[in-house]
Design a protein around this ligand. Structure first.
Ligand code: ADP
Ligand code: ZN
Ligand code: MG
Length: 300
């Protein structure tokens, strides 16, 4: 039967934010954490380029800065935490795995309260749950040369300490997402955990969004959330706001045509102002996480 009227759809948004922790040296070796501010491949060693037999040694300052950020976000700091290997194959990942944290992150269950002036009246002051924050190392940087059709790799960034902060799907508009990120940036700078400069790549955001049908009393018409679309690697507040607005419209049009978006990963094209299909979403099983045997568990 033809549906005569569409229910109202509201955006459900959750963010995953990578911030570079402000340490002097890298996460698991003593190379300076300088990234692009040094000649290519001048800040590297056997550990951060993944040479056979090289062993990681944890940078205590990265742990302190990560915990400090977590406390500022109202998180609980568990007594113990450990590192895991996240396996995937890509030229910017010399070891073939990234040292990250999976089931025992350093920060869990926080929240942030923000003011959203200009938003909807019932949501001028909102609370965004922080699911977790975990430590991980950054990858190297691939530089694609279109002219000669070659790819160069700068390993200076490999092994740079990152904190990945994951929010609950508590955000309801692109404006709320932008406001949250601006407040997060201010907090991280204030406690000295990160410069969190988006233009410099010190804070990068993946934005997850789905649409939820609601009734006339603003109550959800279903108990499960719809599949989410993840927009990868947004590197400005404006990009986050615009990409989410585009994606909300796109998903809205699909539902209007009786189609359902499939869970997937999309990129953002700054110039066309559109998101584009990248790949179907991997699940954590694809990464074959297992405990990192070269690092002892953390006693926090
Ligand atoms: P995954 O296992 O795919 O990484 P997670 O459950 O860890 O998914 O969530 C990743 C991010 O996506 C979090 O910020 C979360 O709040 C958000 N998220 C989860 N489900 C949805 C959904 N249905 N719609 C919008 N955002 C979502
Ligand atoms: Zn190194
Ligand atoms: Mg996840």
């Amino acid at each position: 039967m033809m549906r005569t009227s569409m229910p109202r759809l509201i955006p459900i948004i959750g963010l995953e934010i990578h911030v570079r922790l402000k340490t002097a040296s890298k996460m698991f070796c003593s190379c300076p954490s300088v990234g692009e501010n040094a000649p290519p491949n001048s800040a590297i060693c056997p550990v951060c380029t993944g040479q056979p037999g090289a062993l990681p040694a944890l940078n205590g300052e990265a742990v302190r800065l990560g915990v400090r950020a977590g406390l500022a976000l109202g998180c609980r700091i568990p007594d113990t935490s450990h590192f895991d290997r996240k396996n995937y194959f890509y030229p910017d990942l010399p070891k073939g795995y990234q040292i990250s944290q999976f089931d025992f992150p350093i920060c869990v269950k926080g929240q942030m309260e923000i003011d959203v002036p200009g938003g909807s009246p019932e949501r001028e002051r909102i609370r965004i749950g922080i699911t977790r924050a975990h430590l991980e190392e950054d990858a190297a940087k691939n530089i694609h040369d279109g002219g000669s059709k070659t790819t160069l790799v700068n390993f200076n960034r490999a092994g740079t300490p990152l904190l990945e902060i994951v929010t609950e799907p508590d955000i309801r508009s692109p404006l709320e997402a932008k406001t949250f990120l601006q407040e997060l940036q201010a907090i991280l700078r204030t406690v000295g955990s990160s410069d969190a400069d988006m233009e410099k790549g010190f804070m990068r955001c993946d934005a997850n969004v789905s649409l939820l049908p609601i009734d006339d009393n603003n109550l959800p018409l279903q108990t499960e959330l719809n599949p989410k679309i993840e927009i990868k690697n947004l590197n400005s507040f404006r990009a986050v706001e615009r990409a989410l607005a585009f994606e909300i419209d796109r998903q809205g049009s699909l539902y209007a045509n009786n189609e359902t978006p499939v869970g997937s990963t999309r990129g953002w094209d700054e110039h066309t102002g559109q998101t584009f299909q990248q790949r179907l979403k991997e699940t954590s099983a694809d990464y074959r996480y297992f405990p990192e045997p070269d690092l002892p568990p953390l006693d926090l």
